[in-house]
Design a protein around this ligand. Structure first.
Ligand SMILES: CSC[C@@H](O)[C@@H](O)C(=O)COP(=O)(O)O
Length: 345
């Protein structure tokens, strides 16, 4: 991935056994790099639900390829697109990627070419976001991030992590603080894996330790990705992001969101319109298959939370930096965003 790429995160494969979507199984990282070969749409949906493939822009890419797979197999493409779009609710990219490839198919264009186009656009967006985000990193920056917003979650070097990698290449990064990101440990398992491969200076911390890092003056900047950004600038991202934004505000530290415009949803007027995925209680009550709470304990396990726009210092997109995060600045992006169904193309 990025400069150190050895394994494709998502790859279309046409072999004598037929078309397939080959995915790096992220549930197995960092222990082993196993490729999951999905030869039908239910396998792609299962990979999405289990987080074998995950991260908003990457879900858009996988959803698009899933629809292309249905088309290549001569299946019911609209039904496949609906099922893929509904596999996870929060990242708007998933439904958008599936719908975009379905539309190409229904217009008689190549579904596969459209899926490839989404992947290429997200890779290009990553490069631009890194360029736009780099000036926001101070010399000697100590950056805190949450979840995984790298190549395992998006095209190219990712979103938030692409900015961090650019800062490292520019000699500006002193430390990447990596929240472990309970309960599925996308920070400890995935961001630390990517950081090590890029040779970044990094340290993993339990999520609950972030407050003491701020108190000690050890954080200069928070940089995270997003799963959906509403019209009013509210940002849905991995659960725990909101508490970091509150901490950053309290300590006067900039809180920056890095996300492609494919993650902006102007149809969602506010955070209240963003569906938040609730996940299996077992993710919280067990650790590595062992009980971590008394059997049958009630569990609250939202996968995401919503950070209000007033806590966001800036949103970095591939089209530039939004420095005043509010309804007007987000709406001004409108002409350059993917059109809604009811607006035509
Ligand atoms: C560039 S990805 C940004 C977000 O998708 C990421 O921070 C995140 O919350 C991913 O959640 P996940 O549940 O692992 O799919």
């Amino acid at each position: 991935m990025g400069q150190t790429e050895a394994v494709d995160v998502v790859r279309w494969s046409d072999s004598p056994e037929g078309p397939a979507l080959a995915l790096l199984d992220q549930t197995r990282l960092p222990r082993e790099e196993i490729i999951l070969v999905c030869r039908d749409v239910p396998s792609v949906i299962a990979a999405i639900k289990t987080l074998a493939v995950r991260g908003a822009p990457l879900l858009g890419i996988a959803g698009g390829y899933g629809v292309a797979l249905a088309a290549a197999l001569g299946q019911d493409v609209p039904a496949a697109a609906r099922a893929l779009a509904g596999a996870r609710p929060t990242a708007v990219n998933l439904a958008r990627g599936a719908e975009r490839v379905l539309q190409a198919y229904e217009e008689g264009r190549s579904a596969l070419a459209e899926a490839h186009a989404i992947a290429a656009e997200e890779a290009a967006a990553s490069v631009r976001m890194a360029e736009y985000g780099l000036p926001l990193v101070p010399e000697g920056g100590r950056i805190l991030t949450h979840c995984n917003a790298g190549a395992l979650a998006a095209g190219g070097d990712g979103t938030a992590l692409a900015v961090v990698v650019a800062a490292h290449r520019a000699g500006r990064l002193t430390m990447l603080w990596v929240d472990e990101t309970r309960p599925l440990l996308q920070g400890a398992r995935l961001t630390a894996y990517e950081a090590a491969r890029h040779g970044l200076p990094y340290t993993v911390l339990p999520d609950g330790a972030a407050a003491s890092l701020f108190a000690a003056g050890e954080v200069d900047l928070v940089v995270v990705g997003a799963d959906r950004i509403a019209r009013d600038g509210s940002v849905a991202n991995k659960v725990g992001t909101y508490s970091l934004a509150v901490l950053a505000h309290h300590h006067g530290v900039p809180f920056v969101v890095v996300a492609p415009t494919s993650t902006v949803d102007l149809d969602a007027r506010s955070g209240n319109d963003i569906p938040i995925e609730q996940r299996d209680p077992a993710e919280v009550t067990t650790i590595a298959g062992q009980p971590a709470a008394p059997l049958g304990s009630p569990v609250y396990n939202p996968a995401f939370d919503v950070t209000p726009g007033e806590l966001v210092t800036a949103i970095v997109t591939e089209r530039g930096v939004i420095a005043q995060v509010n309804e007007g600045s987000l709406a001004a992006l409108g002409d350059r965003l993917p059109k809604r169904d009811d607006e035509g193309s």
